[in-house]
Each structure stands twice: as C-alpha cells, then as structure tokens.
Design a protein around this ligand. Sequence first.
Ligand code: NAP
Ligand code: G4F
Length: 326
Amino acid sequence: MPRALITGITGQDGSYLAELLLDKGYEVWGVVRRASTESYERIEHLRDRLHFAQADLLDQPSLTAALQQAEPDEVYNLAAQSFVPTSWTQPVLTAEFTAVGVTRLLEAIRQVNPAIRFYQASSSEMFGRVLETPQSEDTPFYPRSPYGVAKVYGHYITVNYRESYDLFACSGILFNHESPRRGLEFVTRKVTNGVARIKMGLDDHLTLGNLDARRDWGFAGDYVDAMWRMLQQDEPEDYVVATGETHTVERLVQLAFDHAGLDRDAHVRTDPSLIRPAEVDLLVGDPAKAKEKLGWEPSVDFEGLVRMMVDADLERLSGAGGATRG
Ligand code: NAP
Ligand code: G4F
C-alpha cells in the first residue's frame, strides 16, 4: 500500500486530495497544527480512514518527526497562508509559512528519506502583472503581493532541491480552483455564500472590491488529480494547471445571482477598502503541457462550478430558518 503525507489536509485542496488518494488505495497521513479547537470540518467524513501527525511548517523538528512517523512515499505540501490580502497585513508570517516553510520541509525530506516524491503547491499568483498571455511554464514571474513573492521563493527552492540533490520534486503552478469547500473569504465563495444568504432572507446585500479582475477558475476536485499525476511521472517537472478560460469577477457575480433568481443590481455594493494595494488584473493559463504529458483535463466548466457552489450554499443554509426571497 503506497503511503502519502499531506500538509494542509484540513484545507480545501487537502480534503479533496485525501479523498482521491484513499480511493486509490493509499494510506493517507495528514499534518495538522495544534489548536485549542480542532478544525477538521472538511475532512470529518474521512476522519476514521486518515492518520494524523502533529507538526507545523514553522517548526523543522516537528516536520522531521512527522516524516519519520508516517514513512511516506509521497509528500504533498499544500499548507500555506493562502489568502492574498492577509499577506499585506502579515507579510513576515506569510513568508515564514509559505516561503521558508517549503525549505524546512525539503530539508526534512533530505534528512529522513531523499527518495520521497515531493509536490509543491505553486500558484498563478506568481505571474502577477503578467508578462505574456496565456501564462505557461515558460512565462516569467512578476508577483504583485507578499503572498506571490513567497510562492516564487517556494517554487524556486523546489526547483533548486531537484537540481542540487536530485530529489523527485515537482511544482504545480495551479490557477484559481474553487469548490463548496472553499474558504468563505475568497471571492467565489464570498459571492455564492452571499447569494444564498440573500436568497434565504439572512442578508440584504453583498459588498465586494474590484469587479473587473479576471481569473481562470476551475474545480478543486479536478486540480488535485493533476497533483497526483505529476508524482506518477518518470521525471519530476513543473506544470501549469488551468482551464484556459478567463472570466471577470462581475461575470461570476452575474451568474451566481441569475442562478438564484435574484436581481444583481438590487443587492451588490462595492467598497474601495476591499481594493488591493497591487492587483493581479488578468490570469489565464495554458494547460497544454498538463494535457499532453499528464493526460489531465478539467471536468467542470465555469458556469457549472458557479451553479455547484450556489446550490451547495443554498442547501447548507436551508436549515438556517430564513424565509426564501423570490
Ligand atoms: P486553504 O484552504 O487555505 O488551506 C491551507 C492549509 O494550510 C490549511 O490546512 C491550514 O491549516 C494549513 N496551514 C497553514 N499554515 C500552516 C502551518 N504553519 N503549518 C501547517 N499547516 C498550515 O488552501 P487551499 O485553497 O486548499 O490551497 C492549498 C495550497 O495551494 C496552498 O498552498 C495555496 O497557497 C495553494 N494554491 C491554492 C490555489 C487555489 O486557488 N485554491 C491556487 C494555487 C495555489 P489550518 O486548518 O490549521 O489553518
Ligand atoms: O478569490 P480571491 O481572494 O483569490 P486570489 O487573490 O486570486 O488568490 C487565490 O488564487 C491564487 C491562485 O491565483 C492562490 F494562489 C491563492 O492562494 C488564492 O487561492 O480574489 C480573486 C479576485 C481578486 O482580483 C480580488 O481583487 O477577486 C477580487 N475581489 C473582488 N472583490 C475580491 C473581492 N476578492 C476577495 N477575496 N473578496 C472580495 O470582496
């Protein structure tokens, strides 16, 4: 039975990846942080089938101990401070988790078992103020947030450990991917949860920032499959994972309100305080390499994703006691 260790197992991607690996017959270990209250909501349904190691990306000995305990064949590093606006208010902590944390984990792998295959969660945020469109594995980086800068470090330290120590280390440059398990502060979920709350009579309006930003949005369940495929190849390489389509935040908003049968103009407000100090205006990925070498294709389109998320939020809130609004 192959064994995998996932950092960030309590997050959106960690939960989908754990499901995928369990279905494939893996013994799955998750790194969890000590907290006064556990936050296992996204993996509650899998809990009996998972193993846990308490560790933190800030603490190298705990990572070494987690590897010694789990003895994994594959490590997926999904843990990070992943919310872009927080990276301006906590830039040093973001760098510690999202940048130097990758080195701590790679060093632990090198010491415990250099044969471990390693996946690093790189991000399309690294393209930032894009230098070409669409963005591919060859597009230079121009990050626009402390988060993007930290991810560039994590990306290049992964490449460097592959080249310096011959580790099987891959970086997946993943474009935005969403699901009903997405954190409530990210724009897709903020919109679908907001629409559901308005529909149920729990709120009257939704306040957003920049509606002109464009993103290449896919479904998280599809993207974790690409991560696994990267680690099954003969050679470690980096891959862009994206749908190849881009949409504005405004289009996301319109689709979500339409799907719930609500008038967007009656409920959407904007607040300049939600505009970022530096914005990433346009992301659209070229997934040709992932398609060709990994045989990977997205299975959910943008409209289907928005419908899935609105329906899931409506269902979740339907027991909340609100009166449905027409
Ligand atoms: P997420 O839902 O925010 O989950 C982040 C996970 O990291 C949580 O499990 C969190 O644990 C854990 N974590 C944070 N700091 C940690 C630390 N110091 N030590 C150990 N664990 C820590 O993120 P996601 O959307 O699943 O994304 C997964 C990864 O892909 C992240 O690295 C993200 O930056 C990257 N990425 C995401 C996207 C996207 O669109 N979703 C695109 C490109 C790249 P707690 O539950 O304890 O907080
Ligand atoms: O949903 P977002 O917060 O995601 P963002 O910044 O693109 O980052 C996500 O994707 C990255 C991959 O490219 C990941 F690496 C990262 O970890 C994260 O998962 O914002 C998307 C867009 C931005 O342009 C933002 O300015 O939506 C715009 N937006 C407009 N109003 C808003 C809002 N974003 C948020 N979070 N909240 C708003 O009210």
